[in-house]
Structures are given as structure tokens and as C-alpha cells.
Ligand binder design. Structure first.
Ligand SMILES: Nc1ncnc2c1ncn2[C@@H]1O[C@H](COP(=O)(O)OP(=O)(O)OP(=O)(O)O)[C@@H](O)[C@H]1O
Ligand SMILES: [Mg+2]
Length: 221
């Protein structure tokens, strides 16, 4: 089975302060992974390393075949085309309507207009947002914006999706739609890694569990 993420003896932190010490784990292609840990334990820090926004202090981190401590700017830009990212605060483009926001990765990839249209409508309908396609982010609730942000992350079927507390601000209804969308993406073979305070109470598919505590990052299951 091919590895999407390999971390060996990873040290991550800011300036001289280590947040994670000696972290080793790997994620296989197609895995569904939850990353848990108390507030301040380093979940967001790890996601930023996986996305290449921060560089590890020591150890080895490989994402999709690239050594993240040595990767060039241009290769990182290339790699990120295969990574979908979802933040807690959505980060939609406020001057664009929802349809254009979720289309963005397809526009960048040069997908034809009619294929873009079909994909967008299908996914917006899936999360009950088709009727909001021409609205702007400020006209949507937080839960609706997050559903749009998750569609934007999966629409071009990346290899890996990284999501940082994607349901942290949502009510149960929106949280369920968002998690359903991640499961749908996973069924397409997309590897999913979600940082969260809590594991879901019920979850219909098998998943793996990584945990961070006291600077240790380890695999629970
Ligand atoms: N830019 C920064 N410079 C210095 N320290 C930072 C920086 N960003 C985060 N930290 C520190 O790193 C530690 C881990 O933060 P991080 O945001 O990764 O935690 P988290 O597990 O995502 O927490 P939460 O559940 O609250 O989102 C915290 O102690 C935080 O204060
Ligand atoms: Mg965080």
C-alpha cells in the first residue's frame, strides 16, 4: 500500500520551543485519519507541516513522495495541487459567489466550463446548498460557508485532504453534512486527515486515530 505521509523522528516547533518531539507515524493511501489532542497540543502545527507552511526542525517528513524539509518552492506549489485544505474559519473569497469559490480548483486545473458546472451542481446539491450558488459568503451561515469550503477542497479530487477542526463551529446538522462529504471523498479513494478535539461518537467507516499529548504524537489505532 502506498504511503501518502511518512513522518520519522519528527521535531516540530516554533523558534527554539519544540511542540512535537520524536513523532513517527505514517498514513496510507485511502486512510481516514482523525488527529486528536488537547487545545495547544500541536494539531494545527502538524497540519501546517503537512501542508508545507512550516518546516520541521529535525527528522524526516515525506508527503506524496516529497521530502518536506528539502522541497523547493515550485515543487511545493505543484504538490499543493494534490492537497485539499479546510480551515476552521472557511477562508472563502469574499468578493466571489459560492459557485465561483468552489470552482476555483477546477479553474486552476483548466477543466472545461461544462464539466465545472456539472461537478459544482452535483456537490452543492449533496450538501443542500444548490439554492445558494449565486450568493456571496457573507450571505451564508457559518455552517453553509464551511460546507462550501469542504466542497472546494474535494472538487478536483485531490490525493489528500487536510482539515483543521472543520466542524468545530458547526451545529449537528451542518457537522453531519460536512462529515458525510469527507466520507464521500474517502470512498473516491481520497486520503483524509482531520484534526479535531473529539472523535465522532459514531462513525460508519473504519478510521485510524492519531493523538498528540505532552509533545508526543502517537498512533492509538
Ligand atoms: N506562530 C507561533 N509561534 C509560536 N508558538 C506558536 C505559534 N503558533 C502556535 N504556537 C504554539 O504552539 C502550540 C500548539 O499550537 P497549535 O495551534 O498547533 O495547537 P492545537 O492543538 O491546534 O490547539 P487547538 O485545539 O486550540 O486548535 C501552542 O502552545 C501554541 O501557543
Ligand atoms: Mg488548532
Amino acid at each position: 500500500m502506498s504511503k501518502v505521509i511518512i513522518a520519522k523522528d519528527l521535531y516540530a516547533g516554533y523558534n527554539n520551543e519544540m511542540i512535537i518531539e520524536n513523532g513517527s507515524f505514517s498514513v496510507n493511501s485511502g486512510d481516514f485519519v482523525f488527529l486528536t489532542g488537547p487545545s495547544g497540543s500541536g494539531k494545527t502545527t502538524i497540519i501546517k507541516h503537512l501542508y508545507g507552511e512550516l518546516k520541521a526542525k529535525r527528522g524526516y517528513l515525506n508527503i506524496g513522495g516529497f521530502d518536506m524539509r528539502k522541497i523547493s518552492r515550485s515543487k511545493l506549489t505543484y504538490l499543493r495541487r494534490y492537497i485539499g485544505i479546510v480551515f476552521q474559519d472557511y477562508k472563502l473569497i469574499k468578493e466571489w459567489n459560492i459557485e465561483k469559490n468552489v470552482k476555483l480548483p477546477l479553474m486552476i486545473a483548466g477543466v472545461s466550463e461544462d464539466v465545472q458546472q456539472k461537478k459544482v451542481l452535483k456537490l452543492l446539491s449533496k450538501v443542500k446548498l444548490a439554492h445558494k450558488a449565486d450568493k456571496f459568503p457573507y450571505e451564508l451561515s457559518g455552517g453553509e460557508q464551511q460546507r462550501a469550503a469542504v466542497i472546494r477542497a474535494i472538487i478536483n479530487e485531490p490525493v489528500l485532504i487536510l482539515a483543521d477542526e472543520p466542524t468545530g463551529n458547526l451545529d449537528d446538522y451542518s457537522a453531519k453534512l460536512v462529515m458525510d462529504l469527507f466520507r464521500f471523498a474517502n470512498e473516491l479513494g481520497i486520503t483524509i486527515l482531520i484534526a479535531t478535539h473529539h472523535l465522532p461518537q459514531t462513525f460508519e467507516v473504519p478510521y485510524r486515530h492519531l493523538h498528540i499529548e505532552n509533545k508526543k504524537l502517537y498512533e492509538v489505532s
